[in-house]
Design a binder for this molecule. Structure first.
Ligand code: OGA
Ligand code: NI
Length: 286
């Protein structure tokens, strides 16, 4: 974990001309350095640079990864392998916790893709004017987030309040993503989170996303639907979901809302999403 963070800082300290070679604002690219979230679509930008890498299968993608810093490929691929195994263990435990067989979620998600966002948040002269990342949920299944070991910035929405998730040495933050909310028929909630910036210190985070394979059909597990708990979401392929996600701005309504089953569309949207419009740009707990 420490090596992964160290190499990330080393990467972002490379001269701009070196990093510029990797720049792209095309979300479809599998290796790219970019800024904000989706610069092609946004009117307000976020104070973040990020390197996005596809990580599975490693043999396919590592040859295209940055070769500078020299140990980048080795350190990051070792990290990716470990994180994938951790993710699978968690998915097994989540399946069991839902009363499903241990392999259930892994089977539904198919040969999972793994993506990584190395997020670099430089000090921001006017942090109250923007975010590092505005409130969003992750569109994938499970996210394993390695935070900066010193500088805080992550917040999650709980019971309508934004709470800080401060750095915790040697710990990961695990985010449930939209696909687990859909699969579990809403028993697990995709967490709303955001990153704020500050004027004094740079911050790094490394998000590893486990994603269903593109053709995976996501629908609420049969065992979790039935009398009294109708399917909240319709069936969709991850490919369909992911395209929809990237065609929008991050601060629009929850992408998952667009995939509700017909019987569920009449239901009011969650307290969380209504709170998002009520408390922009401000911590509720301070
Ligand atoms: C993300 C993310 C949070 C952070 O990359 O999706 O939510 O703390 N990052 O950088
Ligand atoms: Ni996120």
């Amino acid at each position: 974990m420490l090596k992964m963070l160290a190499i990330s800082f080393e990467f972002f300290r490379l001269p701009p001309e070196e990093k510029a070679k990797l720049y792209s604002d095309d979300p479809a690219k599998k290796i790219r350095l970019s800024t904000s979230f989706n610069v092609r679509r946004e009117t307000v930008h976020n104070w973040r640079d990020y390197l996005r890498l596809h990580c599975y299968p490693l043999e396919e993608f590592v040859p295209g990864w940055p070769s500078n810093p020299p140990s980048f490929r080795e350190v990051v691929s070792t990290y990716c392998r470990e994180v994938r195994q951790l993710g699978f263990r968690l998915l097994g435990l989540i399946s069991l916790s839902l009363g499903l067989e241990e392999e259930y979620i892994e089977k539904v998600l198919g040969e999972q893709e793994q993506h990584m966002a190395i997020n670099y948040y430089p000090p921001c002269p006017e942090p109250e004017l923007t975010y590092g990342l505005p409130a969003h949920t992750d569109p994938n299944a499970l996210t394993i987030l390695l935070q900066d070991q010193k500088v805080a910035g992550l917040q999650v929405l709980r019971d309508g309040k934004w709470i800080r998730v401060d750095p915790h040495p040697n710990a990961f933050v695990i985010n449930i993503g939209d696909q687990l909310q859909a699969l579990s028929n809403g028993r697990y909630k995709s967490v709303w989170h955001r990153a704020v910036v500050n004027s004094d210190e740079e911050r790094m985070s490394v998000a590893s996303f486990l994603c269903p394979c593109n053709s995976a059909v996501i629908s609420p597990a049969k065992k979790l639907t039935g009398d009294g708990s109708p399917a909240i979401y319709r069936s969709f392929t991850y490919d369909e979901y992911y395209k929809k996600f990237w065609s929008r701005n991050l601060d629009q309504e929850h992408c998952l809302e667009l995939f509700k089953s017909e019987s569920a569309t009449a239901m009011p949207s969650s307290i969380e999403s209504s709170c998002l419009t009520r408390c922009p740009h401000r911590m509720v707990d301070d």
